[in-house]
Write a protein that binds this ligand. Structure first.
Ligand code: GTP
Ligand code: SPV
Ligand code: MN
Length: 588
């Protein structure tokens, strides 16, 4: 292990947690290759991992979680602030004293007979002033191996921490996976996360949603920056100029796909290229040049497997060919993997995500709808050469989006920052399999942060408004919807690579190159300004995708008003003002 004089509080905290959880041994993770091989060997012996066909999928392994433990548990996720108001009406709240008391009893002896791994990890590029350190204590090798891909772990993290006491404490134990005693608790004031009785990604890879979004959003508010559920993508135009866009879509609504987009043939011919910086989380600060700059705090992708194919996302398919952990996918007879929506014919038979024999005519899903892959970002063919730039990349446009079968047009632009914050604050989307609960129900999911904001959402809106005043040259704000459906429930817009045509318009708006139609909800493209050469959808249909139905939008405005009203006096008045203005424009 690297020699650094860590702050005494690091050891004190680990000792204290070990006294409670009572592991047989404690192992510090250094991040070395040798250590990785040792952990994999151990996980193969216990069955925590299964080896896949090493010729076809070198360095790849399969993991199955408990059937009751396949997605984030929003109803068991808590923000434990001194007062309920600080957590706000959209979060579950628990009094910190009571939460600690309950958790310590659940953690009591939970690691008996197991090893406690001490995993120091760095969020953000090495050497970046914006990077932050966490330490996760866990009794799961699966978690260690995932963290190894998703963050920069071991010695690099300890070096970055040095003798500072400033790190995020994370304690995780699978305990006995009892779903009734599953808790994901955050203590923003203490820089602390505690997760118990789960083994599923978003609940246990504490670097990700727990730290980089919930704790970080709280730190961002305090320190004047933004931690967001956003992809970061660079679009290179034929002259070689790269424009960076950040996009917030709710879970399983297309961030990974947009971040790794491959230009459709006609745009490729013109010279367009797309570069991936991040697919899930962005930390954004105001740069010296007065623009908003973003880093990807992560080092890997924890992506949705179903629907990923060479047709929809070839860059992802190339990324996950090696050194990838697959969770809850179908195991094929040849030791490779499959999921619904993969290219070609489904296999005749295999072992499904539950570990049961499966045949293609069984009518059952082979992979869980929230099956995931964990893969290093460095393996992505489209990875940007700027992805580890300590300064980040300058953001020209922010896009909000969701799954809306109706109402929301393909794309529109907000009138200004304040209106853009309203658009983000009132965005809605159909729920997906990324969280436990009903799928396909429309809900408001402000800035795609409903499950991830670590403090009162009204204060979060105020922070966004405040940031807008502080950024001399703010990004323009847009809203997109790739998911409008026809009467038969089919997606109308072809999506995926074709989404670049929308990004092209967005970039031209940022450059002041195209005009737009002013509508009550914002600026909408003139259809002739969208590059539609060689696309498989006719102009009239695109016109329809751009239509604003005033009746539906008035209802939308009413519904948004009701959603906002839950925040009471704490809600910034600017958002009510925007809601009023929208209704007035719609009633004209
Ligand atoms: P999280 O990792 O949960 O935050 O999700 P994400 O936003 O990164 O979603 P992802 O890109 O993995 O997409 C989720 C699902 O939506 C996959 O099944 C995709 O195939 C599908 N999808 C993504 N983009 C499009 C699109 O443009 N059109 C359609 N119809 N489906 C899409
Ligand atoms: C999401 O649900 O938004 C994810 C997957 O990115 S998880 O890490 O499980 O939260
Ligand atoms: Mn996500």
């Amino acid at each position: 292990m690297v020699k650094v004089n860590l702050h005494p509080s690091v050891y004190e905290w680990i000792d204290e947690m070990a006294k409670i959880t009572k592991p047989d041994k404690i192992v510090w993770i250094d991040g070395s290759e040798e250590e990785k091989q040792r952990l994999i060997k151990e996980a193969l012996e216990t069955g925590e991992l299964m080896e896949l066909n090493q010729e076809k999928l070198p360095g790849c392994y399969l993991h199955r979680t408990h059937p009751s433990d396949v997605a984030r548990v929003e109803d068991r996720t808590f923000i434990c602030t001194p007062t309920k108001e600080e957590a706000g009406p959209t979060n579950n709240w628990m009094d910190p004293k009571e939460a600690y008391k309950m958790l310590y009893s659940l953690f009591d002896g939970s690691m008996r007979g197991r090893t406690m791994y001490v995993v120091p990890y760095l969020m953000g590029p090495v050497g970046s002033p914006y990077s932050k350190v966490g330490i996760e204590l866990t009794d799961s090798i699966y978690v260690v191996l995932n963290l190894r891909i998703m963050a920069r772990i071991g010695d690099v993290a300890l070096k970055a921490l040095g003798s500072s006491p400033d790190f995020v404490k994370g304690l995780h134990s699978k305990a006995n996976l009892d779903p009734e005693k599953r808790y994901i608790c955050h203590f923003p004031q203490d820089n602390t996360i505690m997760s118990v009785n789960s083994g599923y990604g978003g609940n246990v890879i504490l670097s990700k949603k727990c730290f980089a979004l919930r704790i970080a959003s709280y730190l961002g508010k305090k320190e004047g920056w933004l931690a967001e559920h956003m992809l970061i993508v660079g679009v290179e135009d034929p002259s070689g100029n790269v424009t960076y866009i950040a996009g917030a879509f709710p879970s399983a609504c297309g961030k990974t796909n947009l971040a790794m987009l491959i230009p459709p043939e006609p745009l490729k011919k013109l010279g367009y290229k797309v570069w991936t910086v991040g697919d899930d989380i962005a930390w954004m600060r105001i740069g010296e040049d007065g623009r908003l700059w973003a880093i990807n705090p992560e080092a890997g992708f924890f992506g949705v497997a179903p629907g990923t194919s060479y047709k929809t996302n070839p860059n992802a398919m190339e990324t996950i060919k090696r050194n990838t952990i697959y969770t809850n996918v179908l195991l094929k007879e040849d030791g490779t993997v499959w999921w619904e929506g993969m290219d070609g014919e489904p296999p005749e038979r295999g072992i499904d995500w539950l570990g049961r024999p499966w045949t293609k005519d069984s009518g059952e899903k082979g992979a869980h709808p929230n099956a995931r892959f964990t893969a290093p970002a460095s393996q992505c063919p489209s990875i940007s050469k700027e992805w580890e730039n300590p300064k980040g990349v300058p953001i020209s446009a922010i896009i909000f989006g969701g799954r809306r079968a109706k109402v929301a047009p393909l794309v529109y632009e907000a009138f200004d920052w304040q209106h853009g914050v309203y658009v983000g604050a009132t965005m809605a989307s159909e729920t997906t399999a990324a969280a436990m609960g009903k799928v396909g129900v429309v809900r408001r999911d402000p800035m795609a942060m409903l499950p991830f904001c670590g403090y009162n959402m009204a204060d979060y809106f105020a922070h966004w408004l405040e940031m807008g005043k502080k950024i001399p040259n703010p990004p323009r704000i847009f809203h997109v919807n790739w998911f409008r459906q026809d009467e038969n429930g089919k997606f109308i817009w072809p999506g995926f690579g074709e989404n670049l045509r929308v990004l092209k318009w967005i970039i031209e708006r940022c450059e002041g190159k195209v005009s737009a139609k002013e509508t009550p909800i914002g600026y909408v493209p003139y259809v002739d300004d969208l590059y539609l050469d060689g696309i498989d959808i006719d102009k009239e249909t695109v016109e329809k995708l751009l239509e604003i139905d005033k009746e539906l939008w008035l209802k939308e405005a009413e519904d948004s008003r009701e959603f906002l009203s839950q925040f009471g006096d704490r809600l910034p008045k600017e958002l009510i003002e925007e809601n009023e203005k929208l209704k007035q424009r719609l009633s004209k």
